[in-house]
Design a protein around this ligand. Structure first.
Ligand SMILES: Cc1ncc(C[n+]2csc(CCOP(=O)(O)OP(=O)(O)O)c2C)c(N)n1
Ligand code: SF4
Ligand SMILES: [Mg+2]
Length: 329
């Protein structure tokens, strides 16, 4: 396959806040020589946060590894929209694993490279929240426990989107999915269930755990580059807006992810060896309803009558995150 060149409109900004940056400070995306790892022509929905997050994460990892990178990819939207046989949008060695074993396949690749004495080639495992938080959790925990030399990236769109928006262990309470309908006295996903994969990763005391969102792509790139500078098991959990599953406009992908962090519902932090080492403080704090209102998966909290009891419970979760991670700006 001929390598597709970067098109002008794909090139990112050379500036931050109107200030022209020195070349070494510019994002990976603003470099016309970037690898363009996930190139155009794939079949993601318009405004897909997973496509955006993966493009930035993989291009940053490619830059950090000098282009010597192999990716193992779990079944899910990212795999389905990028590789309808016999086509592929990937411009790196890329293997499709099963839904639940991408961490194990990545581990196997890292082991094979070690056996061949190839310490110049790095490995990434990646998948959605279903493939990571649910069915892949056993493999992932094993990868962490053995401290295998893999960076694993979870693109969290808070549901099984590829198969029609079913609930996952990362679906937030009250959200409507195909398997948690907005009916009955407690509509949507139930409170008190689910899990935090970043906290589980931290409990393994691996070298690096971080969260990020598609609202701050420079932060995402920086975390990938930092992770690639380390060895052993590393975990990056990226919140990626899904316009189709969340019921928001394609044009709101970045804005909705920003509201997730500004409300405190999605804490952005880094941890090394099981201890939090940095947090992204919230500069403009917003009530959770600003985040909920723009998504149809929460419409039942506002129509036909406003469910203050449920909104207050979600606000309490956000307040707890802000206390727990010290996010107050
Ligand atoms: C063992 C197994 N069970 C079920 C499926 C069907 N399946 C494929 S992708 C998917 C959901 C993927 O969800 P997630 O990992 O969150 O990725 P997303 O599509 O949301 O990006 C399911 C249930 C499968 N491929 N293999
Ligand atoms: S369903 Fe969601 S995650 Fe899947 S391609 Fe569409 S926007 Fe992206
Ligand atoms: Mg998902």
């Amino acid at each position: 396959m001929a390598k597709q060149q970067i098109k002008f409109f794909q090139t990112g900004s050379f500036a931050v806040g109107g200030r022209l940056l020195d070349p070494e400070q510019r994002s990976v995306q603003s470099d016309a020589r970037r690898s363009n790892t996930l190139t155009s022509g794939h079949r993601a929905c318009q405004g897909c946060g997973e496509a955006l997050g993966a493009r930035y994460a993989l291009d940053a990892a490619m830059r950090a590894s000098g282009g010597r990178l192999i990716a193992a990819n779990a079944t899910g939207c990212l795999e389905v929209f990028s590789t309808p046989f016999p086509e592929s949008s990937w411009q790196l060695p890329w293997i499709h694993s099963l839904f639940g074993n991408a961490p194990a396949v990545a581990t196997g690749i890292a082991a094979a490279l070690r056996a061949k004495g190839r310490d110049d080639v790095r490995v990434i495992g990646q998948g959605g929240d279903g493939g990571t938080v649910d069915i892949g959790m056993g493999c992932l925990s094993g990868m962490f426990e053995r401290n295998d030399d893999v960076l694993y990236v979870c693109y969290d769109n808070e549901g099984y989107m590829n198969t029609g928006v079913q609930r996952s262990g990362a679906t937030p309470p009250a959200a409507r999915t195909a398997t948690t309908p907005a009916v009955g006295p407690a509509p949507g996903n139930v409170f008190g269930q689910g899990k935090s994969a970043p906290l589980i990763a931290m409990a393994h005391e691996i070298p690096y755990v971080a969260t990020a969102t598609v609202a701050d792509l420079r932060d995402l790139e920086a975390k990938v580059e930092h992770a690639m500078g380390l060895h052993g098991a590393r975990y990056l959990h990226v919140l990626v807006t899904c316009p189709l599953g969340w019921g928001c406009e394609a044009s709101q992908t970045v804005q909705v992810a920003r509201l997730a962090t500004e409300s405190g519902l999605f804490p952005v932090f880094e941890a090394e060896g099981g201890e939090v080492t940095s947090v992204s403080r919230i500069r403009r704090r917003v009530p959770v309803d600003e985040y909920l209102k723009v998504q149809k998966r929460y419409r039942h909290l506002f129509e036909p009558t406003r469910r203050d009891d449920v909104i207050d419970a979600l606000q309490a979760r956000a307040d707890r995150n802000i206390r727990r991670f010290g996010l107050d700006g």
